[in-house]
Structure formats: structure tokens, C-alpha cells
Design a protein around this ligand. Structure first.
Ligand SMILES: [Zn+2]
Length: 253
């Protein structure tokens, strides 16, 4: 870093996205899947080593900040960024600022219960958090695959399920339709509370073809409004959004 700064004649800023949460006040890490970080003052340790202030942020928040700044959410007042991957998370920006929240969980909707469940969805799959029927247990990639296995007895990846559905396989098409409906319900409950201007889909499952249109259609009956203006988009920056958002923790203006 010192060599780069001497070469370009400028002093850089450092922003870092991590899986987990960081107290903005103390810099202490919690809920990290890199468990050795938990309880550690990562912020102050890095600041001492790098001899400058360091900004740390949850990686889902970095994702939404990246997309809100110059991605699929650019130009919108309120952005809800959704991670649909091996887990389900999210983050919120208002005017390109992350809403971190009093408990550092702003936008973390994955461990709310799946809304408007039908009888067959109760109590729902067990979740690692100790509850049943969390949104994550349905909308993560493993969640979709589990649902398909329980209904059909077939172990297929989410990609295989989508491909089979496209080729006219009825059980796969039903799994995909359930996924779309559940995503619509999950997003509608966010709209009914937060009412974001745009929802940006990220994570591996956001690569499923047509997911943004299917989600926009599926959520409509559940939104408490006769007209639904909320835009649903796939992310622009993909896997780079975490790193890009971390850099944007030091905005130019
Ligand atoms: Zn859970």
C-alpha cells in the first residue's frame, strides 16, 4: 500500500465488507461466519496497522450500497438489496447511505417467517437459527432444492430444476412456481413495511432467468396497494458488488 501511494502520490481510503456485523461505534465484530473474528476489535486493529481510519460494513450492505450508487438501484431514493444465495439476507440504502439499524440488522429479512403461509407450509423447514419456516429456508438455493426433494424425491440443483422446468417437466415447473410465489410473498411483506422504490436481486439465485419479472408479478396480490410501482431488477455488478460497495463506504462527495 505504501509503495502504491508513493507511486501515485495520493493517500487511499480503506473500506472493507465482511460477512457478519460490525458495531459502528466500537468496531467489534459479531455474527461473523469467520468465527475467529467474533468479539474482536477488527476496526481498530486495522486502523492501527494501516495508520488511517478504516470503515467496515456487512457484505449485504456493501452489495446494496454498490447497486444504489452506480448499479441497478442508481437514481432511486430507497433501495432494498436482496441476497438470494446459500443464505438469504439484505440491506437498505436511503439516498445512497446504508441504513445500518440500531441492532445492525437493517434489511435482514431472511429469518422472518415466510408470510401468508398455506397449511402445507406450516410449521416449515427447521432453520439453523432455531426456528421453523424462515424465509431463508425457502428462498435460499439449498431451500429450493430441499423443497423439490421433499415434494418429488429428486435431488436436483436449482439450475437443474430450472432447466427441467423449461423443458416441460411438470414437477420441476411446480417447484419453480412455488419459489416464485414465495419470493413474491417475501418481497411484498418488505414493501408493505419499507415501501422501497426499487428492489435489487443479488446472490446466486438471482441468476435464474426471468426471476425479476416473476418476482414482480408474484408480489402484486400481496402488496397493500391497488397499483404496485415498485421496480424489481437484477443486480448490475454481480459478485463484484461486495468489494465495490466497501470502496463506496468513502463516498466522493
Ligand atoms: Zn432462521
Amino acid at each position: 500500500m505504501a509503495l502504491i501511494e508513493r507511486t501515485v502520490g495520493e493517500r487511499g481510503t480503506v473500506g472493507i465488507g465482511i460477512p457478519g456485523m460490525i458495531s459502528q461505534r466500537t468496531g467489534i465484530v459479531k455474527n461473523a461466519n469467520s468465527t475467529w473474528l467474533i468479539g474482536k476489535p477488527l476496526g481498530s486493529a486495522l486502523e492501527a496497522r494501516l495508520e488511517r481510519p478504516v470503515r467496515l460494513m456487512n457484505d449485504a450492505n456493501c452489495f446494496v450500497l454498490s447497486e444504489a450508487t452506480d448499479g441497478a438501484g442508481a437514481g432511486f431514493h430507497c433501495v432494498f438489496g436482496v441476497i438470494l444465495g446459500t443464505g438469504v439476507g439484505g440491506g437498505i440504502t436511503i439516498d445512497r447511505r446504508v441504513h445500518v439499524g440500531a441492532n445492525l440488522i437493517g434489511g435482514e429479512w431472511g429469518h422472518n417467517p415466510l408470510p401468508w403461509p398455506d397449511v402445507a407450509e406450516l410449521p416449515g423447514p427447521a432453520c439453523y437459527c432455531g426456528r421453523h419456516g424462515c424465509i431463508e429456508t425457502y428462498l435460499s438455493g439449498p431451500g429450493m432444492e430441499f423443497d423439490h426433494r421433499v415434494r418429488t424425491g429428486r435431488s436436483q440443483s436449482s439450475r437443474e430444476i430450472v432447466r427441467a422446468a423449461g423443458q416441460g417437466d411438470a414437477p420441476a415447473a411446480e417447484t419453480l412456481a412455488r419459489y416464485h410465489d414465495r419470493l413474491g410473498r417475501g418481497l411484498a411483506s418488505v414493501i408493505n413495511l419499507l415501501d422501497p422504490d426499487v428492489i435489487v436481486l443479488g446472490g446466486g439465485m438471482s441468476n435464474l432467468p426471468g426471476l425479476e419479472d416473476a418476482a414482480a408479478r408474484a408480489m402484486q396480490p400481496y402488496v397493500f396497494s391497488d397499483v404496485v410501482e415498485t421496480v424489481v431488477r437484477r443486480n448490475v455488478h454481480g459478485d463484484s458488488s461486495g468489494v465495490r460497495g466497501a470502496a463506496w463506504l468513502w463516498p466522493e462527495d
